[in-house]
Design a protein around this ligand. Structure first.
Ligand SMILES: Cc1ncc(COP(=O)(O)O)c(C=O)c1O
Length: 417
């Protein structure tokens, strides 16, 4: 008789999602590139994958700081000074660079305080349930990031009433809050930018509704951190003019090329989050080398160098977006440095990714469940240190795609977005 663990694993292997993935692996062993290992990294965004050197268009290191000498030196300094890890929850102590990095992030954004978590996921699943009690409600945009959804589930398990409202729709938000009333306070969680569609939420209207309905805004701006807004501060200040009645979440892993996430807001809110975020209290902190690197990146964002870096990034994003549109492809996004081209069926999407790989370009083939079934996309991440010739080369390869797989035209975007 197999052990209960083996029987449990067998039962899990029969669930719909696992069967779906297994079938995908079995049917397309040559096309699926998810499990491939990056064997080496070179200059100019080159990576060696499955024995082949290709240009990497699959990195969230939007500003190209992952190989910046100053960032690397800070990591070395951090490890030499503080060791590889502080080895203690922040509920007990924090090393100085942690506190300094938080002060610098708050200063850069213009908030009273900030709190660093080991990832945005841990920020969302720690802070969202921590911000509400049984007297309050927690609502989120239906397309908000998965980690917000997980935060809702944890809050719900503790007896908090939760709900989703239709994407970017202030009327739906208002309706949802009216239906949930009476409650004490409402927390309204949204993404600061939806990377796949490139859409921004109507933050000003959402905040007006929050104010009116005894709620506050919680904005996960992970994709915009370092790449949108003045000095890379993201979408919130740009849209609202201040941080009143709002908590802003940012990523330290994408544009920053370090590790972690942060929540920024009033001193009082941050002090309460320190006491009520279980992921922070019962988990470890960001390791010292990355804290030193975060401080260096904030320095870059607030320096004269940043506008130049940003111009290079924006030019690269425009070059790829406009080039792909000129090819008649169904282009989505392009507001943040993530440009997606709709392909459609799962197999075709994987085939298209493989085709580009064989021509020297690594892009991500994104299929169900990350996108709706039959609405697979090629996701291309643009970095500030891609050379224009590399983007042109990718566009030349994209131009050949319709010979390999049927590609929908631009009219398909409205239906898929
Ligand atoms: C909006 C948003 N929130 C959270 C995350 C997860 O971030 P992390 O990898 O730091 O957990 C992502 C990652 O893509 C994201 O786009």
């Amino acid at each position: 008789m197999p052990a209960p663990l083996d029987r449990l694993i067998d039962a899990l292997a029969q669930t719909g999602m696992t069967r779906f993935f297994r079938r995908l692996f079995d049917d397309y062993p040559d096309l699926l590139m998810k499990d491939q290992t990056v064997e080496d990294v070179g200059p100019d965004r080159a990576i060696k994958l499955a024995g082949r050197w290709v240009t990497n268009f699959g990195s969230d290191s939007f500003l190209g700081l992952d190989q910046d000498e100053r960032v690397l030196a800070a990591i070395e300094r951090g490890v030499r000074t503080w060791g590889s890890h502080n080895g203690s929850s922040r509920a007990f102590s924090s090393i100085e660079p942690n506190v300094q990095a938080e002060q610098q992030i708050a200063q850069w954004l213009g908030t009273e305080a900030a709190l660093i978590y080991p990832s945005v996921t841990l920020a969302n699943i720690g802070a969202l349930p921590g911000l509400v009690t049984r007297h309050d409600v927690l609502v989120a945009d239906q397309f908000a990031h998965n980690s917000i959804d997980e935060g809702l589930k944890l809050a719900k398990a503790r007896g908090v009433r939760t709900a989703k409202f239709a994407h970017n729709d202030p009327v739906a938000l208002e309706h949802t809050l009216r239906e949930l009333a009476p409650y004490r306070h409402a927390v309204i969680a949204v993404d600061g930018v939806y990377s796949m569609s490139g859409r921004l939420p109507p933050l000003d209207e959402f905040r007006r509704i929050a104010d009116q309905y005894n709620g506050c805004l919680y904005v996960d701006d992970a994709h915009a951190t370092g790449v949108l807004g003045q000095a890379g501060r993201g979408t919130v200040l740009e849209a609202l003019g201040n941080y009143d009645n709002t908590l802003t979440v940012g990523s330290l892993s994408k544009g920053f090329s370090c590790l972690g996430g942060f929540i920024a807001g009033s001193r009082a809110a941050i002090d309460v989050l320190k006491l009520r975020s279980n992921s922070l209290i019962f988990g470890g902190p960001v390791p010292p080398p990355y804290l030193e690197a975060i401080r260096v990146v904030v320095g870059i964002l607030t320096s004269d160098e940043y506008p130049r870096l940003r111009r290079r990034l924006d030019q690269n994003v425009r070059r790829l977006t406009e080039g792909a549109k000129r090819l008649g492809l169904a282009v989505m996004g392009g507001l943040v440095p993530i440009v997606s081209v709709l392909v459609g069926a799962e197999e075709a999407t994987l085939q298209a990714g493989r085709f580009l790989f064989e021509r020297g370009y690594y892009v991500q083939s994104v299929v169900f469940p990350a996108v709706p079934h039959g609405a697979g996309v090629l996701r291309m991440q643009v970095n500030a240190n891609h050379h224009p010739q590399q983007i042109d080369g990718l566009l030349d390869a994209l131009a050949l795609l319709p010979r390999v797989v049927p590609m929908p035209d631009a009219t398909a975007v409205a239906a898929a977005a």
